[in-house]
Write a protein that binds this ligand. Structure first.
Ligand code: OSB
Ligand code: MG
Length: 367
């Protein structure tokens, strides 16, 4: 397969409600989509880099820049490309994992469509539907939070994740436990705490949480390991794990006992599968994280979440939790689960009318 050219497309996707975390508030997703065109067909990828470099160092304009300057020319120069060639070819460029992941996803989609194979089967999925959790942002008040959580439980979500930060942690967790009892509950700090907060974080031990996600800085595996010895809530890493090597290091240090896998954060679905394999070999549970994806990224995430090591519900929520109108046919929750797309490639494609309506910019980069 030879690449004819790559389209970079920006779409503005208003969220149904603002999403607040310890690192900022998101109201509209400004998504960078990648369309890879080949003589054998085309493929789509979604770049999860947010508008601002506040979750990690990547941001959408930066991802578009590194793609058009370096990554895309390296790929279009290849006489032949397949999904494995993408990572190999781009390896000499440091970092920029979200940008690389989006290109690899689009090539994977085109390549698997040409071979008429679904992504789930290619990755080694063992299920046709996946259980879904929902990530609940920091609220303005506890009553408002309880309303939101109650609504999600009524919709059928099988696990609730609360975003926390200093000043919004023990109180909301206690309120959710008191109102909703023994539901599967976990929290995500997005690196908002320091090692000095260990005694405070130990107060969460009383609530029987499934896990606490990324309490400390992304580059501090050693002190996550120290914290793990001081609290009984299992530590899950998100921002700290950018590759299978990071996962192996974190496990051998005792820095985590659970890993959140986001394909964008680790540089693509092939590396995401390697992270899964390393964790599974060590008996470390994994689950599929999310970055408020449209249906394009969601379809691929749901395929990944169907692998056998994904033993905890993911942040793979239904389309309507994010958008009034998704880019693809909507993903709908049935009995707390999403169906894994069965069609070739990622199994979904943008609806042309919706795509036209939300597009803010298009750029064609020929080979
Ligand atoms: O830390 O998991 C995170 C969204 C954007 C950036 C980081 C995170 C999140 C979420 C939402 O928690 C997950 C989702 O529903 O897509
Ligand atoms: Mg997280």
């Amino acid at each position: 397969m030879k690449i004819t050219g790559v389209e970079l497309r920006r779409v503005a996707m208003p969220l149904v409600a603002p999403f607040r975390t310890s690192f900022g508030v998101e109201r509209t997703r400004d998504v960078l989509l990648v369309r890879v065109v080949t003589p054998d067909g085309e493929g789509w990828g979604e770049c999860v880099a947010p508008a601002e470099p506040a979750y990690s160092s990547e941001y959408a304009d930066g991802a578009a820049d590194v793609m058009r300057r370096f990554l895309i020319p390296a790929l279009t120069a290849l006489p032949q490309v397949d999904a494995y060639a993408v990572g190999r070819t781009l390896e000499r460029f440091k970092g920029h994992r979200m940008a690389k992941a989006a290109l690899e996803a689009a090539v994977l989609d085109a390549w698997l469509r040409a071979a008429e194979q679904p992504l789930s089967g290619f990755l080694g999925a063992s299920r046709e539907r996946v259980p879904c959790g929902v990530s609940v942002g920091i609220a303005d008040s506890v009553p408002e939070l309880l309303d939101t959580v109650g609504r999600h439980l009524d919709e059928g979500y099988v696990r609730i994740k609360l975003k926390i930060e200093p000043g919004w942690d023990v109180e909301p967790v206690r309120a959710v436990r008191e109102r909703f009892g023994d539901i599967p509950l976990q929290v995500d700090a997005n690196a908002a705490y320091t090692p000095a907060d260990a005694p405070h974080l130990a107060r969460l031990d009383a609530f029987g949480l499934l896990l606490i996600e990324q309490p400390l800085a992304h580059d501090d595996l050693v002190r996550h390991a120290e914290l793990a010895r001081r609290i009984s809530t299992p530590i899950c890493l998100d921002e700290s794990i950018e590759s299978a090597e990071h996962a192996a290091a974190a496990i051998s240090l005792g820095a985590c006992s659970v890993v959140n896998i986001k394909p964008g954060r680790v540089g693509g679905y092939l590396e995401a599968r390697r992270v899964h394999d390393v964790c599974r070999a060590h008996g470390v549970a994994v689950w599929c994280g999310g970055m408020l994806e449209t249906g394009i990224g969601r379809g691929a995430n749901v395929a990944l979440a169907a692998l056998p090591g994904f033993t905890l519900p993911g942040d793979t929520s239904a389309s309507r939790r994010y958008f009034a109108t998704d880019l693809t046919a909507p993903f709908e929750l049935r009995d707390g689960h999403l169906d894994v797309p069965a069609g070739p490639g990622i199994g979904v494609e943008p609806l042309p009318d919706v795509l036209d309506e939300v597009t803010t910019a298009v750029e064609w980069i020929p080979a």
